[in-house]
Design a protein around this ligand. Structure first.
Ligand code: NDP
Length: 324
C-alpha cells in the first residue's frame, strides 16, 4: 500500500499523519508514477493551515511538486512510456510514494536534470520564470527588489535576474541568509529583521526607487514595498509568508501611478505551451550552469511535519526535499 502524508483537518504541522492509500490505477489520459523526490513549498503550509480552501472535507494529501518514474499508462496517453523520468507541479497530492496524474501535467526530465533537482525546481523555478517574464517583464539595466531572497524561489530568482543584467536588491532575515543571497545574484542584500528596507532601497537607488518589487512576504512588507517603487513601478504580490496584506486599497496605487498584480503559478502552467517552454527554459538555465539549485534541507516523507516546522520557522534556505 503506498504511503501518503495527509492533513487530517486544517491546522498546524501536528495535523499531518500517514495514510495507506490503495494502489492507484490510471484512467484515460493518466499515468501512474513512483515518486523519487518530492518538493516542499510554502503553499503546502497554506493548504495545511486552511488559509487556502480545501478541495476535500478531510485528509488532504499535501504537496505540489515532485519527480518520479512512470510505472503504468492509462488509455489515450501519447508522448510518454513506462520508465520515463518526469517532473510536475500541480496543487496537492504529491506527498505520496505512488500516485496517478494526468499526463498533460508532466514534463519529461532531460538526462542532465537529476530527479531531486527537478523536485526542487519545478514549482519554484517556474514561479521565478513567470514572475520575471510575465508578471513584470524585467529588462537589462532595471533595478528590482525581491523579498525572502534566501528562500526557495528567492535563490533561483536572484540568479535569473543577474543573468538578465538586472540589478537585484534582496531582503533576508539574518546575516547568514544575506550572505547566501549575495552569492546567488543579489547585488545588494538587506537584513530586513534589523534595518528598515525602504530607507536602504532609497539609499541604494539614490532616492529613485525600483522598477518592481516582488513581494511574497505580504503583511509585514506590503507598506514598505510600495514605498520602494519608482513612479509607474509594479508591485508583484505573490505570497504571504507573514500573513495576508489585508490593508490594501486601490487608492494606495495613486502615490506613484503604480501597477499591482497578484499572480498564481497554476494559472500560467495550465497553458500546455507555456508549461513546455518555461520548463525548457528552466532546465536549459540549470544545464548551462546559469542556475544552481540549492537543496539545503532533506527529510523523509514520514517527517513532512518537521519540514513544515522548519519552513514556517524561517529556518530553511533554498529548496527542501522529502524522500519517498
Ligand atoms: P521560502 O523558502 O522563501 O520560505 C519563506 C521565507 O519567507 C522564509 O524563509 C522567510 O525568509 C520569509 N518570511 C518572512 N516573514 C516570515 C514569517 N512571518 N514566517 C515565515 N517566513 C517568513 O518559501 P518558498 O520558496 O516555498 O515560497 C516563497 C514565497 O513565494 C511564499 O510566500 C510562497 O507562498 C510564494 N509562492 C507563490 C507562488 C505563486 O504562484 N503565487 C508560487 C510559489 C511560491 P527570511 O527569514 O529571510 O525572511
Amino acid at each position: 500500500m503506498p504511503l501518503a502524508i495527509a492533513a487530517k483537518s486544517p491546522g498546524g504541522p501536528d495535523v499531518l499523519h500517514a495514510l495507506d492509500l490503495p494502489t492507484p490505477a490510471p484512467s484515460s489520459g493518466e499515468v501512474a508514477l513512483r515518486h523519487t523526490a518530492i518538493g516542499v513549498n510554502f503553499i503546502d503550509t497554506y493548504f495545511r493551515s486552511g488559509l487556502y480552501p480545501w478541495p476535500v472535507e478531510q485528509d488532504l494529501v499535501l504537496g505540489s511538486e515532485a519527480a518520479g518514474v512512470i510505472t503504468a499508462l492509462g488509455p489515450d496517453v501519447a508522448g510518454f512510456k513506462i520508465g520515463d523520468r518526469v517532473g510536475y507541479t500541480i496543487p496537492n497530492g504529491a506527498y505520496v510514494r505512488e500516485r496517478v496524474i494526468e499526463a498533460r501535467h508532466l514534463v519529461a526530465l532531460p538526462t542532465d536534470i537529476a530527479d531531486e533537482i527537478a523536485a526542487a525546481a519545478m514549482l519554484k523555478g517556474l514561479t521565478a520564470h513567470y514572475l520575471l517574464h510575465r508578471s513584470f517583464q524585467v529588462q537589462a539595466g532595471q533595478t528590482v527588489l525581491f523579498h525572502a531572497a534566501a528562500g526557495g524561489v528567492g535563490l533561483i530568482a536572484g540568479q535569473w535576474l543577474a543573468a538578465k543584467g538586472v540589478t537585484a536588491i534582496g531582503t533576508a532575515g539574518g546575516a547568514e541568509k544575506c550572505a547566501l543571497a549575495a552569492r546567488h545574484g543579489y547585488a545588494h542584500v538587506i537584513d530586513y529583521t534589523s534595518e528598515g528596507f525602504a530607507a536602504r532601497v532609497a539609499d541604494i537607488t539614490g532616492g529613485k526607487g525600483v522598477d518592481a518589487v516582488y513581494d511574497s512576504v505580504g503583511k509585514d512588507t506590503y507598506p514598505g514595498s510600495l514605498k520602494c517603487l519608482k513612479t509607474f513601478g509594479t508591485l508583484v504580490n505573490f505570497g504571504q509568508s507573514s500573513g495576508p496584506a489585508l490593508d490594501f486599497k486601490l487608492s494606495d496605487l495613486a502615490a506613484g501611478s503604480f501597477t499591482v498584480t497578484r499572480p498564481v503559478l497554476f494559472h500560467f502552467t495550465a497553458d500546455a505551451d507555456y508549461l513546455k517552454t518555461a520548463s525548457s527554459d528552466l532546465f536549459s538555465m540549470i544545464e548551462n550552469g546559469s542556475l544552481k539549485i540549492n537543496v539545503n534541507q532533506r527529510f523523509d516523507l514520514e517527517n513532512a511535519g518537521d519540514a513544515h516546522r522548519a519552513l514556517e520557522g524561517r529556518k530553511t534556505t533554498g529548496s527542501t526535499i522529502l524522500a519517498p
